[in-house]
Design a protein around this ligand. Sequence first.
Ligand code: KIV
Length: 271
Amino acid sequence: MSVKKIKRISYIQRCKAHGEHKGKKITMLTCYDHTFAKLINRTDIDMVLIGDSLGSVILGYDDTTKVRMRDMVYHTRAVAPAITRACVCVDMPFMSYSSTPQALRNAKRLMQAGAHAVKLEGGEQVCEQVKAIVDVGVPVLGHLGFTPQSVHALGGFVIQGKTEEVQTKILQDALALQAAGAFAIILELMPSALAATITSELRIPTIGIGAGAHCDGQVLVLYDMLGCDADFSPKFLKKYARLSDTILGAINAFNAEVRSGVYPDDAHSYD
Ligand code: KIV
């Protein structure tokens, strides 16, 4: 029987707190399907996030408010079996944790689909749900700053924490999530200085996206960092590949070769 050596939550926390991994930056990427999951599993990435960004990246929704529990369960079932090293964290989608009983029910569904931890967006207003989920033994990842499920209330894809009042609120929310038992917090789209302050105030690690270099780790959407969409280039995004060019080249080559009769040739045909 093969035993999975999954990076545990305590490993992620030791990257910040103490022990041999102190100061080692945490790495996290989103993943939505089995083929990419197998590739990520060949790397040393610490955490895989089955993010509700799959709503826009995979399902073509215009924002994450359209994502349902069954979408998250479906993609978790595709990704989780391929991951034998990283910690698999799954987003609880829009309004799937509005009350504590509902949050517990839905966290259970995600864990039974293969998650090791769940992620909720929001601060003090979700702390009761966070504590209840943690109390039944499910690790919770928080998410503050720009929280995509509130895109309409936040006025679009905009940097958060520009005023002192909002900065104080985000810090308070981070401390409340830590007190409720969250094991780490994602900080999205905020000034680096604010993320640095939050990171130094917390015992638990922060994982940034568009939040500068001072977080304890970084997360990116896999398809974004692979450059699958040439038109999506926010300032924080570094593209480590230009897959849109590679993919278009391959599709155009196939199209041309079939039309001209070059493919399939003898080497690609059976006797
Ligand atoms: O859904 C997602 O992919 C996320 C990341 C952007 C952090 O929440």
